[in-house]
Design a protein around this ligand. Structure first.
Ligand SMILES: C[S@@+](CC[C@H](N)C(=O)[O-])C[C@H]1O[C@@H](n2cnc3c(N)ncnc32)[C@H](O)[C@@H]1O
Length: 244
């Protein structure tokens, strides 16, 4: 039997592979493995996602200028670890805010609701379009590892996120590169057993953008509305000004 390209590591990363499907996106995937994957995202996000830097450079300065309690939304929160961590960090910094994580997948929300968290952190099943339709408004809208999941709906998602905030929108994701692929393939090994983390992480890298690709794609739909930064190695951060 031939090994899959994910296992062999011989994959073509010269262009984004929007067609490769992640195991966790299968509604019929193993629920136990899915729950373990959603819980262990916490470790992966802590190690590689760079939100400590993004919090210091973008989230905290924005919350500080408000002079009132803020509303912060994590769109596509998955297992909820990021919004729980940012809420705790902001609380230690003396910043008052309501923190809301939403995800259209009820399996993710069920995991998120099991997390120990501050009372001002809540989770709801919803997607971006539903929140826009409900007239919701936030001061910061953020997402982590959502952009690479999207296809033709990327531009709608970006526009909806900007419509949901009167402050800033921050979308963090992987920067596709051969080095990121090689390092992840090896580095994830200790954390992968019992989860989809290795297969889906490698597929995520194949689905991810380079900085130039993401900037060009966002510019096509909304010229000048987004700036794609590189906050830490192997990461992209699309920063947009709210229109809400
Ligand atoms: C790889 S998971 C990332 C989860 C989490 N943000 C993290 O970093 O661990 C991507 C998530 O995006 C969610 N998602 C996809 N499309 C969405 C949309 N239009 N609005 C909100 N969430 C969406 C999916 O349900 C999924 O849970």
């Amino acid at each position: 039997m031939r090994a899959s390209p994910d296992v062999q590591g011989r994959v073509d990363l010269s262009a984004r592979d929007e067609h490769v499907r992640e195991l966790m996106d299968d509604p019929a995937c193993d629920p136990q493995r899915l729950r373990a994957t959603l819980r262990r995202f916490e470790t992966v996000n802590r190690l590689i996602a760079g939100w400590g830097t993004v919090y210091r450079t973008h989230v905290r300065p924005n919350l500080r200028t408000l002079g009132r309690p803020a509303r912060v939304l994590d769109l596509g929160c998955g297992g909820g670890d990021l919004v729980v961590r940012l809420a705790a960090r902001a609380s230690r910094d003396g910043l008052e805010a309501e923190w809301i994580g939403v995800d259209p997948d009820d399996r993710a929300i069920a995991v998120a609701r099991t997390r120990e968290r501050l009372p001002e952190t809540t989770f709801r099943q919803a997607d971006a379009a539903q929140l826009v339709a409900a007239g919701e408004r936030f001061d910061v809208v953020l997402s982590n590892h959502v952009l690479h999941h999207l296809g033709d709906d990327l531009h709608d998602f970006a526009a909806q996120s900007a419509a949901l905030t009167r402050g800033i929108a921050l979308h963090s994701d992987i920067a596709r590169s051969r080095l990121a692929y090689g390092l992840y393939a090896v580095g994830i090994m200790p954390f992968a057993p019992g989860t989809f983390l290795r297969t889906d992480g490698l597929r995520s890298i194949r689905r991810s953008f380079t900085r130039g690709e993401l900037q060009a794609s966002l510019d096509r739909a909304a010229p000048g509305a987004w700036t794609v930064e590189r906050p830490v190695p192997f990461r992209l951060l699309a920063v947009g000004v709210g229109r809400g």
